[in-house]
Design a binder for this molecule. Structure first.
Ligand code: GDP
Ligand code: ZN
Length: 326
């Protein structure tokens, strides 16, 4: 029988799907679906599955078009994208309040903004701040560096009201993806949001059928209010992948001035008529922000170039576009 289901977990490379009536099946992909195309169901995918009465494994026959993807460069391969989650509404960037690493946060914001989703920054472990003044000043600082529309909240596992403020960004019927360095308190937040200890197993590195490494146990955790949070353990590196629009979205201050540079391909490195350098001189932009922007743009361009070379070598022409903007 063919029925609709939601991919709620990737379990050692196999999608685990849940049907509308709550039955769960481990799946493999139908040969017709993956033949000649590099498609794999991901956490959040809406799929059609064929369930045979006597089989312990179901078959994914079709994947519905995605509204949104969170993509990074596959850490194991230089020119392969890795889709971490799909069809979510919100990306929550978890970052420790008392150990703010601006360069890292900028990168996290670029990845988050590249998806076109609502972005929320959760400054975690707020109880470890020196004082409430420090909390206020870090909040103000991150609000200033984040794009307009990005929500910034301080949270602590010891402050239930702060968890409720975060919950407000995941209303019923929506899905939030939680990203952030290991140890920043993501699991603690997932457990508090879920109201129960969600089974935590260590992320295992596994090889899928194509010999590629994938991190297992990314899963959708149902929340009492009706939404989902996608827990993403074991996601370390955040290599940019086709993130040009995400960079501009995460750096609207720099991008705004860059639009006024004389040369369209200005690198803001001392060319005549550079509006970005003029804004730095005028004290309107910090030189560190500009340096980060320039560095990320260069990294992204280099990655895109490698991707094109690799795609040509594979004889497929340009890499297929994979993102739909909001
Ligand atoms: P993850 O790796 O991002 O999932 O981080 P965890 O949720 O496992 O948390 C890492 C460590 O930080 C654990 O020892 C937690 O008890 C601790 N931790 C998490 N949230 C908070 C918090 O709000 N305040 C304090 N003081 N410690 C926290
Ligand atoms: Zn310029």
């Amino acid at each position: 029988m063919r029925e609709a289901a939601l991919v709620v977990q990737i379990d050692r490379g196999f999608p685990l799907v849940e049907t509308a009536d709550g039955r769960r099946f481990r799946c493999k992909h139908a040969v017709s679906l993956v033949k000649g195309a590099d498609v794999r169901a991901q956490v959040g995918d809406r799929v059609m599955v064929d369930v045979a009465d006597d089989a312990d494994i179901a078959q994914i026959a079709a994947i519905e078009p995605r509204t949104r993807e969170l993509v990074r460069r596959d850490p194991a391969e230089r020119t392969v994208a890795q889709v971490l989650a799909v069809n979510f509404d919100t990306v929550i960037v978890a970052h420790p309040l008392h150990e703010l690493n601006e360069r890292r946060l900028e990168r996290e914001l670029v990845l988050a903004q590249s998806t076109g989703a609502q972005v929320v920054v959760a400054l975690t472990k707020a109880d470890l701040a020196e004082s409430s003044r420090q909390v206020e000043s870090v909040l103000a600082h991150v609000r200033a560096m984040a794009a307009p529309g990005v929500e910034v909240v301080a949270v602590s596992e010891h402050d239930p009201a702060s968890v409720e403020r975060l919950r407000a960004f995941i209303p019923a019927g929506t899905t939030a993806v939680l990203i952030g360095r290991s140890g920043v308190g993501k699991s603690s937040l997932v457990n508090l949001l879920a109201g129960r200890d969600v089974q935590e197993t260590n992320a295992v590195r596994e090889t899928d059928g194509k010999g590629r490494h994938t991190t297992v146990n990314r899963s959708m955790v149902a929340l009492p209010q009706g939404g989902y949070v996608v827990d993403m353990p074991g996601v370390r590196g955040l290599g940019l992948w086709d993130s040009r629009e995400g960079i501009d979205a995460a750096f609207p201050d720099v991008a705004g001035h860059a639009a006024d540079c004389r040369f369209r391909d200005c690198t803001h490195g001392g060319e005549p008529g550079c509006a970005v350098q003029a804004a730095v001189t005028a004290g309107e932009l910090s030189s560190e922000r500009v340096a980060s922007y320039v560095r990320l743009v260069a990294e992204n361009a280099e990655q895109m170039e490698k991707n094109e070379v690799a795609a040509r070598m594979r004889g497929r022409g340009k890499p297929r576009p994979r993102r739909r903007r909001r």
